[in-house]
Design a protein around this ligand. Structure first.
Ligand code: MSP
Length: 513
């Protein structure tokens, strides 16, 4: 039976239209999910929407609609984006679903039974934008006297009866857990941030609210609804059938292999979530990876600045696979990155159109013209031929390691090393010169190249599914020979369709790129 692999995105707040940040997190998971499927894993890839809480309730009020109708509408925009981006999630969870309410209430009861929840009252600061509580010492006071959280979100004073989770009692056990699982938090710098935060001392966490009611009711006390982060985090187990833990999906997929999150929400995933789970007697996830944030032409992205990047517009302008490639190639995954038109066009024209596209186009049109449109026959191979094939053959092994580390940029760099080597081989072998002098040698060279391109296209499928599949079509590779285990070398004599370019250049009127 195939090995399970469970990967999740954060669930997105339905207060707003989806933007590049949302597309980015899900893209990273999609590429990983596709890679693992091609590699024979039984993948479960979850995404969805976070629909409760004060922030969503306020947005519904502002829109003048009931929260349920509002979330129905906005959640659909996230589904549409996922389809548009060619994402291959297996489930799309909404926290307003009945299955989720059941899971949340069950988890709550377990926490109560474990003695980790008590009734008290909260008096302190709350940021609706972050849906987070803050201590006085974390806040900054502006010239207008307004206090803001480190994220820049405005805070308000809240005083209300509240249930608390005994987070303070989990400090040592969390630190022991991080120690025993050195790969639990990635990248490493983030891991250090989290451990110092926990070492700094944890306070009990308010986990219910009473001043509004858009949420999951606390079992046995209808005056309270659950804190939206406790509700939201639970989605990861709802989707695998929790509270049923004995057999079925939970037993198969939990603990999740990876929660992919942005750096801003790491604390919730790497501190609160494992503490809740351990308190409830459930296993914590295996890994949480916190990626960085995008800026737009050097500026922080914000609605008030009006520079929010709409993924649909971006794709309309540059193309889907181009955007998918750029986002994962431009910055080391985990670091912050800047989106700029110039950088996008450079990658699109330099790496996709020139390096990869031209390689395929040159080789496939030479085959179409000189080899009767069939995969040419290879004669005896020389050292250069073998060296290139070996390099292309080693790619998959290298990629497995990079993908398991979520080093997407390094995975793509490894692919490009082979693309550059193949281009250098074309120039050195000059097959066009061999056409008259030594047609058998030309056939060998073109065979080696076509086979190299096949291997490249197989490995680029997770990143650029559409373009890679068109390349594989042009190489006559059958649909069932595209996953890693079934992939097999090209067969000489196989008829090929007419070649066509798959990576168009971006022609820029503004700057003549
Ligand atoms: N609802 C919570 C998550 C609950 S998970 C149990 C939430 N939602 S969100 O819609 O605000 O954000 C979702 C993700 O988008 C986060 O991972 C966040 O880091 C990411 N991004 C938001 N803006 C971003 C950029 N400018 N750049 C990259 N990612 C960013 O938080």
């Amino acid at each position: 039976m195939a090995k399970p692999f469970y990967v999740t995105t954060p669930i997105y707040y339905v207060n707003d239209a989806p933007h590049i940040g949302h597309a980015y997190t899900t893209l990273a998971c999609d590429v990983l999910a596709r890679f693992k499927r091609l590699d024979g894993f039984d993948v479960k890839f979850l995404t969805g929407t976070d629909e409760h809480g004060q922030k969503v309730e306020k947005s519904a009020q502002a829109a003048g609609i009931e929260p349920q109708a509002f979330t129905d509408k906005v959640s659909q925009n996230f589904r549409d984006l996922a389809d548009f981006m060619n994402f291959t999630h297996d489930d799309f969870i909404r926290t307003t679903e009945a299955r989720h309410r059941t899971a949340c209430q069950d988890l709550w009861r377990r926490l109560v039974d474990a003695g980790d929840i008590y009734l008290g009252s909260y008096a302190g600061w709350y940021a609706v934008r972050d849906e987070a509580f803050y201590g006085e010492d974390e806040l900054t006071t502006g010239p207008d006297g307004k206090k803001t959280a480190p994220s820049g979100a405005e805070v308000e004073w809240v005083e209300e009866p509240s249930y608390f989770f005994k987070l303070s009692a989990w400090e040592d056990r969390l630190l022991a857990f991080y120690d025993a699982n050195p790969d639990f938090i990635a990248p490493r710098t983030r891991r250090n941030e989290v451990t110092s935060f926990v070492k700094g001392g944890l306070q009990d966490l308010s986990v219910s609210r009473t001043t509004f009611n858009w949420g999951v009711p606390v079992p046995g006390d209808d005056a309270h609804i659950m804190y939206v982060w406790l509700d939201a985090l639970t989605n990861y187990i709802t989707a695998v059938g929790y509270p049923e833990t004995a057999d079925g999906a939970y037993a198969r997929y939990w603990p999740a292999d990876l929660h992919m999150v942005g750096k801003d929400i790491l604390r919730f995933h790497a501190v609160y979530w494992p503490a809740f789970l351990m308190a409830a007697g459930l296993a914590p996830p295996k890994r949480v990876f916190a990626h960085g944030w995008w800026t737009n032409e050097g500026q922080k992205i914000s609605k008030s600045l009006g520079n929010v990047i709409d993924p649909i517009e971006l794709v309309g302008k540059y193309g889907l696979d181009q955007v998918r490639y750029f986002l994962l190639r431009e910055v080391p995954f985990g670091n912050d990155g800047d989106f700029s038109h110039r950088a996008m066009v450079n990658r699109m024209n330099g790496e996709l159109a020139n390096d990869y596209g031209n390689l395929a186009q040159r080789v496939l049109s030479m085959i179409a013209k000189n080899c009767d449109g069939r995969v040419p026959e290879a004669g005896a191979l020389g050292t250069d031929d073998e060296a290139l094939l070996e390099q292309a053959g080693g790619l998959l092994g290298a990629l497995r390691e990079k993908m398991d580390a979520q080093a997407f940029h390094e995975a793509l760099e490894a692919v490009w090393v082979v693309i550059r080597a193949a281009n250098a081989y074309v120039d050195a072998q000059a097959p066009w010169k061999l056409r008259k002098e030594d047609p058998a040698r030309m056939a060998t060279v073109l065979h080696v190249l076509a086979e190299t391109i096949r291997r490249l296209a197989v490995t680029t499928q997770p990143f650029m599914p559409e373009a890679s599949s068109r390349l594989l079509d042009q190489l006559g590779v059958a649909a069932e020979a595209r996953d890693f285990a079934a992939a097999r070398p090209l067969e000489a004599g196989q008829a090929l369709p007419k070649p066509e370019g798959v990576f168009p250049r971006f022609v820029d009127d503004e700057d003549g790129a």
